[in-house]
Structure formats: C-alpha cells, structure tokens
Design a protein around this ligand. Structure first.
Ligand SMILES: Nc1ncnc2c1ncn2[C@@H]1O[C@H](COP(=O)(O)OP(=O)(O)OP(=O)(O)O)[C@@H](O)[C@H]1O
Length: 408
C-alpha cells in the first residue's frame, strides 16, 4: 500500500489551455494517507474520472507530479504502477470458472499455489461466492459477475491502491447496501488504500473514512462525513451533502445580527466577529436538521422541534438542547431566546419521508426546509423558526467563514 501525493496536479483535454475553464482539473495539491478509505464524490463532469485516471496512469496530467510513497510515477504506465482497478461493469473471463477468475491476478504475478488458494477462498468467502467457485462465470447474473470483478480487485494485498469507479452501478439495490458494508469490513481488515469514485453521497458516506468532495474541477473539501455535515467549508458541500441540503439565505451582517431582506436573525458574537472581517457576497447557512420549528412564538418548549434524533446510520451528531425563553421581541420581528431567534414563516408543504417529515416554509421571501422528528407534525399555516447560534454558518463568496486554525 502507498501514500499518494497529488503534487500541484492540473489537467486540460485542450492542447493549449488559456483560462481556468479550459481545465477539467484546476489545481489539486493533496496527500492521501497510506491505508485510507477515500471516496471521491461529486456531480457528473466535476473531474472524478479524470483524477482517477491520473492516479491509475491512464492519463498523464498537463501539470504537476504524482508520487506513490515518495516515488514519482507521473510518466509510469498503469501496468507498472501496481494498482488494482474495479470498473462500473464486470471485467472478467466468461469462459473461466469463478475460482480461476479470482486466481488470475495472483497467478499473473507468480504467487505460489498455496497463497493463491488461500487468498481466493478468503475473498470468495467475504463476497459470498464460495458456492460458485467451480462454476463458469458466463452463466452468472450481472451482480454475481460484478462481485467477481470486486474479488479480482481485492484478491491481491500487495497493490499500492485499489481504485473503484462506481463499482455498484449494476448491483441490485438490496445487495448494494450489503456490498458497501462488506467493502468497509474488508478495508478495516486489510488496511489497503481504497479510492472509491461515486456521485452517490450515501455510498460515499457509508464507505469512506475521508470523503473528497469535488466540484467544477476542484477538490472543495476533504473530511469525515461528520465534518462535511457540520462544517461544510464550501457552499457546494453544504448543498450536496445531506438530504435535503443546507438552507442558504443571502444576508448582510450588522453587529451580531444577520439581516435577510427585512428579517433579523441573531447570530452570536463569534460569527459577528468573523463577518466584520469578511468581504464579498454573504450567506447564512443552516442545516434542515438543526432548524428548530415551533408552532408559536413564545412557548417554553418546542412543540415541533426539528432536531430530536440522530440519523439512521449515526453519522451526524445532534445539537445540544437550547434553553428557550421568549421574553423579548421587537418591531423587526426578532424574538430572542437564550440562543437563537424565532421567526414567523409560512408553511408551504409537509413531506413524509418515512420515519421523519420535511417541512418547507417561506421566510423573508426565501424557501427553507426543516426536518421534523418522528411523530412530530405541523397543522397550521404558520410556524416559528429558531436558528440556534451553534448551528448557524456564514459563507462569503461561497466559502465558510472560520477562524484561522492556528488561533484555536
Ligand atoms: N477524453 C476527454 N476529452 C475531452 N474532454 C473530456 C474527456 N474526458 C472528460 N472530459 C471533460 O472533462 C470534464 C471532467 O470529466 P470527468 O469524466 O472527469 O468527470 P466525472 O466527474 O468523472 O463525471 P461522470 O460522473 O459523469 O463520469 C468534463 O467537462 C468532461 O466533459
């Protein structure tokens, strides 16, 4: 396994690129740890395959160098890089048995028969292919064939990295979940460097230790699922991660108040300090999970609180409960609570998502979404939204405002 250093990489498919927009990859300068499980996540056309092909050696980048464990492999062809790859569609020998397909990458590298047999049987067991080992691949269903392709990628433990390019596309949805969990287990057992390309956030978040979010040829954030959820450093990450994505409200800031059209939202002193130094287009962001929903302006307890549960796979933490005290309000429609503001909003829709509901409401001319927890509902035309200080984020020109890391 290897540490992968993407050293000031950029790539253009155009011969003489003249501007930023001519580059499929703008500037990538990252080190990916040996043994890490990385998911490369982003929308179609953002550059994921281009980056993967640069790592595998199918493409030589227009600029920069790529190093495996400090060794420059930029000009090295794929077969010399010692990388295993699993593609979207099965790549195997139809006329061979499942056993021989799995054994092929090992025999090709002249592993001894005992090692071949041991590894083939281990991988077959993990992927539940043992009953099929003696069968020809030709007769098997598409998802069984793709499991063989996964097995061929996983069978060697001497590779620098295993690259997966949307490997579960042809897999039945029920089996997808099972295979994702298996890949995670295999990674935990073998500690191989995994790089997994997907445009599906659930796939990325369940599989990876670190998610690399790409947008328009750039890596906009690398983080754990929780970091991406709680502190998206770019507006795109806020929008792309989470379902529904983060709410964004264009605003201006005066002291510790964010003003959204004629509505004032209290933001706390910390954000006020950051906003005072910021320039460019300001936006307030808050996750639907953390936007609290009340059915009146002044009650002591939230009656339709949005934040009472962890999500199903426990990736994201919940805010601590905030005390609410509704003694003050002013003509600008701000009503103070110990922490956050309650603002009237018009209910537009309530969508049942199974074990929770999504409320869509309009406030200050903008549409906001809030996640209600199980059993909670909303039957009136208006609600009061509370913005807890600890979950408000401010973005200037799409970038998160945050303190200099060295300061903390
Ligand atoms: N061979 C090529 N020649 C010219 N342009 C290309 C080529 N391959 C990709 N591109 C362009 O480079 C950009 C990045 O494409 P890439 O395939 O890397 O994105 P992606 O994130 O993998 O997309 P998808 O999820 O749809 O596969 C896109 O604008 C695409 O049109």
């Amino acid at each position: 396994m290897a540490e992968i250093n993407l050293n000031k990489i950029a790539h253009s498919y155009i011969k003489n690129p003249s501007s930023d927009s001519d580059y499929a990859l703008k500037l990538i300068d990252n080190i990916w740890e040996d043994g890490g499980a990385y998911a490369l996540l982003g929308p179609s056309g953002c550059g994921k395959t281009t980056l993967l092909n640069i790592i595998s050696g199918l493409l030589v980048p227009s600029k920069g160098r790529i190093l495996f464990d400090g060794k420059d492999v930029t000009e090295m062809p794929p077969e010399k890089r010692n990388i295993a790859q699993v593609f979207q569609f099965p790549v195997l020998y139809d006329t061979m048995t499942v056993y021989d397909n799995l054994a092929f990458p090992l025999r090709n590298r002249k592993f001894d028969q005992n090692t071949v047999d041991k590894r083939v049987r281990e991988i077959a067991e993990v992927l539940e292919l043992t009953p099929f080992l003696g069968k020809k691949a030709a007769g098997l269903a598409a998802d069984a064939k793709q499991k063989i392709s996964l097995g061929r990628g996983l069978v060697r433990d001497d590779v620098a990295a295993i690259l997966f390019d949307e490997p579960l596309t042809v897999i039945d949805p029920n089996l997808k979940w099972q295979l994702r969990c298996k890949l995670k287990t295999i990674h935990e057992q073998l500690k191989l460097t995994f790089i997994y390309v997907t445009h599906d956030q659930v796939e990325a978040l369940t599989f990876a230790d670190k998610v690399v979010v790409m947008y328009d040829g750039e890596i906009v954030q690398i983080g754990t699922p929780q970091e991406l959820f709680e502190n998206p450093t770019h507006r795109f990450v806020g929008y792309f991660i989470g379902s529904p994505g983060m709410n964004f409200l264009p605003c201006r800031v005066e002291g510790n108040k964010a003003i959204v059209n004629d509505v004032v939202i209290s933001i706390g002193d910390d954000l006020a300090e950051l906003a005072a130094k910021a320039s460019g287009k300001l936006e307030l962001g808050i996750r639907p999970l953390y936007l609290k929903v009340h059915d009146n302006e002044y009650d002591d307890e939230p009656t339709a609180s949005a934040n009472n549960g962890l999500n199903a796979n426990k990736l994201f933490t919940k805010s601590s409960e905030n005390g609410i005290n509704g003694n003050n309000s002013s003509e600008n429609r701000i009503s103070s609570s110990k922490n956050g503001s309650r603002i009237k909003a018009k209910v537009k829709a309530l969508q049942d998502q199974g074990n929770f509901k999504i409320l869509t409401a309009e406030m200050a001319g903008f549409t906001l979404r809030a996640r209600l927890s199980e059993g909670q509902s909303c039957n009136s035309d208006y609600v009061w939204l509370e913005f807890p200080h600890e979950w408000i984020r401010l973005f200037a020109n799409e970038r998160l405002l945050q303190h200099d890391k060295n300061r903390r």
